[in-house]
Design a protein around this ligand. Sequence first.
Ligand code: MG
Ligand code: MG
Length: 265
Amino acid sequence: MIYLKTREELELMRESAQCVSRTLGMLAKEIKEGVELKRLDKLAEEFIREMGGVPSFKGYPGPTPFPASLCLSINEQVVHGIPGDRVVKDGDILAVDCGVFKNGFHGDHAYTFCIGNVKPEVRKMVEVTKESLYKGIEQVTANNRIGDISYAIQQHAESHGYGVVRELVGHGLGRHLHEDPQVPNYGRRGTGPKLRDGMVIAIEPMINLGKKEVRTLSDKWTIVTRDGLPSAHFEHDVALIDGKAEILSTFDYVEEALGILKSAN
Ligand code: MG
Ligand code: MG
């Protein structure tokens, strides 16, 4: 069942999404060579609670309750990496996925950071993954369907020869972290549920440098590429309001911290 949000609810959702955005911006200054992943997780949890939010991911039900506030996925890890004592190294890419629950609604979005001397082909894959997110968002208009978003993401990623992960998908967002509809990163134009005013979806391409296949590690959470090649992940929370896409989250805090021009947003 797809829950359409009222104006008031959309404003609360924007606040939750912005809490995630600010958390990612805070982390952008901390993510550097030598930082331990569990330190980033601790900083994020404190920051979220200071804003009056609760980390959406901590205790999230699964094979075991998710033990942390962030999903931190390095290199060949696609998503759902558990922050531990691993340290960030020069040349790594780190996908940071964060969720905040506040005023009864969740925000959920993600950014992939390049640390130091990342190989050009990997950096390119990270850029194209971000571009594919915006290609998907362009399709969020009245009269379009979920499949239009899926198709646009898949086309862009595959045109560069990358693998598009099938097993994990974007989703509706609201009072629950995962609501209907599912938002796959692959699919056919004109298929799937119709987009309607008041819908909020988390669009989140997971794109592999190599093949699309993934597997789960023995910790039962971490998803990695089967071929061991790196993978990137970007996620925005997007609402359809008056027939137009509105991105409730923002990468502005991150890109300000990184000193990147904001033109891509
Ligand atoms: Mg999500
Ligand atoms: Mg997420």
